[in-house]
Write a protein that binds this ligand. Structure first.
Ligand code: PLP
Length: 404
């Protein structure tokens, strides 16, 4: 991998922050965007902007073609059986809300959903909203000291009222890569479908929804070098077909009258209103960008950065506590320094040009389980270098000395 060449594709990496070169380690929240993606957004706005699926004129057809080309590209990327199983949303959050609202309408009082304690709020709150309309019980899989799910408890949570498992592929705090394939098989052996929140997996590893046998798979473009405002919900056809529409409006209908309305076929049934077709077109460029480097090489590079950084941190920072030590861990390091507030650490790192995230990371139940209010999180992307990893640890050593 030619990192210097890759870095030249990301103009933002040339920025100085507080007089120092930016070291961007907040990739879990959002990744930076290469020129190829930005150029496509610009191309769409300057030469191909027209509303999709509504016009016979050339521009509208070009915009529609660009959107549908991305749908096919996403289907290939995640190995979906057919493009119509790819539904465009605003992001992972909306994809999960879609399933909670729509599949949720098929649930009955007393039904149960299994979640895990490491879920992002976007895979907790939609189910609670559903539970506020119906009596839905949430069952929660705990983690062990390494931050891995307790699979014995998982198996014990199923009963005849279990209707869905909704869980993350990769934790945005612990970095744990969950054994989703075997967990899906376990759920299927009891006839229960599984929704996978892939927001933190899709930027780092190959996703094959058929190999996983996932019933639903959700992810966000902005975390995988793509534009903001676009996400994907993949679903199995028989489930998507039996689910009622999520929102009403244009695009999602076959025929409307005041007496009654019939709905469009998949995927349009779930895509009411004008989509972010510019962003959707740009998502294809992000997928091509990842493919041009190779997702396996990206993963190897990022995990090597994470392992090297962790080793140095543990050796050099007194009072360091790292949360998440799973055998299979994605490139995220969440930590605290004993006696110091995570905000102070984050603010001082920013003064040294290092961008990390601090707080509860939209995972308050996990924070509670870990017995903390929040922590600092450093996370790696394809453009990060060993020199940056070392500069981050050097900065952290300085910060911890200053705070003491
Ligand atoms: N799920 C996980 C595991 C995440 O890390 C995030 C964002 O950080 C989300 C869901 C929500 O993604 P978005 O805000 O793009 O909808």
């Amino acid at each position: 991998m030619d990192i210097e060449k890759i870095r030249r594709d990301f103009p933002i990496l040339d920025r100085q922050i507080n007089g120092r070169p930016l070291i961007y380690l907040d990739n879990t929240a959002t990744s930076q965007t290469p020129r190829q993606v930005v150029d496509e957004i610009s191309r769409m706005y300057t030469s191909a902007k027209a509303n999709v699926h509504r016009g016979v004129h050339t521009l509208s057809q070009e915009a529609t073609d660009a959107q549908e080309a991305t749908r096919r590209a996403v289907a290939r990327y995640i190995n979906a059986p057919a493009p119509e199983q790819v539904i465009f949303t605003r992001g992972t959050t909306e994809a999960i809300n879609l399933v909670a609202s729509s599949y949720g309408r098929l649930l009955e009082n007393g039904d149960e959903i299994i979640l895990t304690v490491m879920e992002h709020h976007s895979n907790i709150v939609p189910w609670q909203l559903l539970g506020s309309r119906k009596r839905i019980m949430l069952r929660v899989v705990p983690v062990n000291a390494r931050g891995e799910l307790d699979l014995n408890v998982y198996a014990s949570l199923f009963n005849e009222r279990t209707r869905l498992v909704a869980m993350c592929h990769v934790s945005n705090v612990l970095g744990t890569v969950n054994p989703v394939k075997s967990m899906i098989a376990e759920a299927h052996s009891r006839g229960v479908p599984v929704l996978i929140d892939g927001a933190q997996a899709s930027p780092h590893m190959r996703i094959d929804v058929q190999d996983l046998d996932a019933d639903f798979y959700a992810f966000s473009a902005h975390k995988m070098y793509g534009p903001t405002g676009v996400g994907v919900l993949y679903g199995k056809k028989h489930l998507l077909k039996m689910m009622p529409p999520y929102q009403g409006g244009g695009e999602m209908i076959a025929h409307v009258s005041f007496e009654g309305t019939t709905y469009a076929e998949l995927p349009f049934k779930f895509e009411a209103g004008t989509p972010d077709f510019v962003g959707i077109a740009a998502l294809r460029k992000a997928l091509e960008y990842i493919d041009s480097i190779g997702i396996e090489d990206i993963e190897r590079h990022e995990v090597a950065l994470m392992r090297h950084t962790q080793e140095r941190m543990l050796a050099e920072i007194p009072g360091l506590k790292i949360y998440g030590n799973a055998a299979d861990k994605s490139p995220v390091i969440s930590f605290n320094i004993e006696g110091e507030h995570h905000y102070d650490v984050g603010l001082l790192l920013d003064k040294l040009g290092v961008a990390v995230r601090t707080g509860h990371h939209c995972a308050q139940p996990l924070m509670k389980a870990l017995g903390i209010e929040g922590c600092v999180r450093a996370s790696f992307g394809v453009y990060n270098t060993m020199a940056e990893a070392d500069a981050f640890v050097d900065a952290l050593v300085r910060v911890s000395t200053m705070l003491r």
